[in-house]
Write a protein that binds this ligand. Structure first.
Ligand code: AMP
Ligand code: ZN
Length: 438
């Protein structure tokens, strides 16, 4: 492993499992004590009859009650702070669809450690100070902007804070500045490629791109492979969430065999969301994270709602940080249609296997004559609307394959490329227009 950067705590990257656990325990005890500075956790512990001294082993973590997004909303805006407000230098906030937004506070040290974590991820996939890193995330409250910005600067790359949208300008920057690496949400990469095609830009011939970091939204392995093929680069899955800091929580190494979650920064648990008990390695469950080195707003056993599973604890790359499968989606994203549970990613996985189909799709749920239905609209790679029979056969085959996967037959509509909406941030894949009967 080539890891001689002074910034990235390389000594923590290759710890053995036992060393990692020892470090986690030391940091957990410290974190729990520090949490007692927050009114929220003081009350939580008191209500549970728990004292920080009760946490003597990693297993004792399970004595601590879970923290939820609702807790963040209830303590809005600053009720979870574990340091006095004047020590904080930034906050990020997510709007959320209902109730109060959530607020995450950072001290300068938190921001430094966050930058280190992102730099570590980028270094891991081959970025070096002579790289040119372009960030096409929105800057602002969305942590994908500033998070990658400071991480790439910390690594020493030349950074291009292009921000979201304006594909023509993005492409010009990529060409003129010799961009070698990009961070983007996966749904935006496919859009960028379409514009490259329209402009006659061949990424292999006309750009120096070699690495993509894609994340912030669920995407299938098929989607990733497509993106790699389009741009002729390696695309690495990047997991982040504002509550943990932002990007830099989990990232794929060059083996592309799951996300390394940094266990010197977080304790990872996977639980059954119904029973709240841990699931066996390899079984899908809800990701629960405990922060280990945050100052302003440490979180204990935070229920992320993201569903994933443990793939392993070692890797040919030499890192022993836990490897998790790509996120299947959030439990809140699960569609329940006529009693069947469906994740949008299952639908994407099937669609992306058809070479006739482009990458953009939209799932709409409606109630027609008292029946709930699903319509899957997907863009065609090429227009062959004149060949009606071919269209009908393709639609039929897609329906058939979807039925095998999701056990329901949706309506399928094939639409010309460029017709479905593209959002600048995270893609909206599901529109639910069903009537709700009380
Ligand atoms: P936010 O805090 O608004 O940036 O959203 C964080 C959420 O985005 C996570 O809880 C996940 O649901 C989703 N997310 C982030 N990165 C990924 C990824 N690589 N794959 C799938 N979902 C992701
Ligand atoms: Zn690895």
């Amino acid at each position: 492993m080539d890891n001689n950067s002074p910034y990235l705590h390389p000594q923590y990257e290759t710890l053995s499992r036992d060393e990692l656990k020892a470090l986690q325990l030391e940091r957990l005890k410290k974190t729990v004590k520090h949490c007692m500075n927050s009114e929220f956790y003081r009350k939580r512990f008191a209500n549970a009859g728990l004292s920080p001294d009760d946490i003597r082993s990693l297993d004792d973590l399970r004595k601590i009650p879970f923290t939820t997004k609702q807790d963040l909303r209830d303590t809005y805006p600053f009720g979870m702070a574990s340091v006095p407000l004047p020590q904080c230098v930034r906050l990020h906030s997510s709007s959320g669809t209902t109730g109060n937004p959530t607020v995450i506070l950072h001290t300068q040290r938190d921001l430094d450690e966050w930058a280190n974590a992102v730099a570590r991820c980028l270094w891991m996939v081959g970025l070096r100070p002579d790289d040119v890193f372009q960030n096409s995330s929105g800057y602002g409250m969305f942590t994908g902007g500033l998070g990658f910005q400071y991480g790439a600067e910390r690594l020493g790359a030349l950074t291009v804070p292009a921000a979201a949208g304006n594909s023509l300008r993005q492409i010009k920057f990529i060409k003129d500045f010799g961009t070698t690496a990009i961070h983007a949400v996966p749904s935006y990469v496919t859009r960028l490629y379409e514009v490259m095609q329209q402009e006659g830009v061949d990424p292999r011939r006309d750009t120096k791109l070699k690495v993509l970091a894609i994340g912030a939204e669920p995407h299938s392995e098929e989607q990733r492979r497509r993106i790699e093929q389009m741009l002729g680069v390696k695309a690495y899955n990047s997991f982040g969430m504002s509550e943990m800091c932002g990007p830099g929580v989990g990232f794929e190494c060059k083996e592309q065999n799951g996300l390394h979650f940094w266990e010197d920064y977080y304790i990872v648990e996977i639980i059954n969301p119904e029973t709240l008990e841990p699931v066996a390695d390899g079984e899908i469950g809800e990701l629960v994270l405990t922060t280990l080195n945050r100052e302003a707003m440490p979180l204990l056993r935070y229920r992320t709602r993201d569903l994933t599973r443990v793939l392993g604890h070692s890797c040919p790359c030499g890192r022993n940080h836990i490897r998790l499968d790509r996120m299947r989606g959030r439990s809140d994203d699960m569609i329940v249609l006529r009693g069947v549970n469906i994740f949008p990613i299952q639908i994407e996985t099937i669609l992306m296997q058809f070479k006739e189909l482009a990458s953009n799709y939209l799932i709409t749920l409606t109630t027609d004559a008292d029946n709930d239905n699903m319509t899957v609209e997907v863009e065609l790679e090429e227009l062959f609307t004149d060949d009606y029979q071919r269209l009908v056969a393709l639609e039929k085959e897609i329906k058939h394959r979807l039925k095998d996967e999701i056990l329901l037959t949706p309506h399928v509509r094939l639409v010309p490329k460029g017709t479905l909406p593209v959002s600048e941030g995270k893609a909206v894949r599901v529109v639910d227009k069903r009537k709700v009967y009380q």
